[in-house]
Write a protein of this length. Sequence first.
Length: 322
Amino acid sequence: MLISIIVPIYNSSTYLDECINSILSQTYTNFELYLINDGSTDNSGEIIDIYGRKDSRVTIIHKDNSGVSDTRNVGIKAARGEVICFIDSDDWVDDDYLETFINNFQNHSTLLIQNIKRNGQPISNYKFQTYNTDNEIIDLFIENNLLYYGAPFAKFYCKSIVSENRIFFNKDISYGEDLIFFLDYLMHIKNITFLNSTKYNYRYISGSLSTSKNHSLKNYFILHSKISEFIDWIKIRSKGNLKYFYTIDWDMIESGIDQNLHILSEETKTQFSELKSTIHYQHFKFASFDRKVLFLLIKMNNYSLLRFYKNIFFKIRKKLTS
């Protein structure tokens, strides 16, 4: 089975050798490695060119800077493998990372997921079992807090499912695009299996794009729309308590509002107005008291009053925590 490994690269020279060497030293060797330079301004481009000359499995792509999502999409389109693995350029993998996937492979309608290490410790408490996406979808997400672990790495994606269903990363947003990709993919498979294996090493870098908390209102509302769409998809397949999903959706809605309260542009007001039609009774039902108030203000389409309410709420919360 040929595996296509996609590594988007932007100014990663400090960690690039460790990342690439960990891939090239894999015990499972039938893979192709796409090192895609997204317009780096450091010497990342020169570093990957050296690897391209040394190993025939390595394909080098240099492109103008367009963001990590578009860069991953370039890799998806170029990939020739039966499966796709994403690895970030500042992370690294244990030498049996790919072999673990291969040894546990069942079929392409089953997505394999490994745990992720940060500072040598697993970052999530997955239940190591197989879930059916038709009748166990709610348990799958609640038991594994999966809406917060939608990152593309440590997963074994089928190339044909991705290509045939045109599943790509949304290049218009900078936060949550990986979760949207994951949810889109999940709607085309039958099972998810969590492996009792932690072979992916995640490097936390303060101030990086993935750890930044400031994103546009539009970004959060696109993510909210996808989660709402996914909730509708779940309702058809499984019955159960949907509070978890609506709570996470509220997290996205409120984060977008909180981070953009200071912006009074017409575009922001228009986006806020559009939110009115995308929240429903279920959002109210599963909301905390303060979010019930927020729900009513959104439905009233009163941006000024909402800003006043949130500013008062911020001051009260600051007093209580000081």
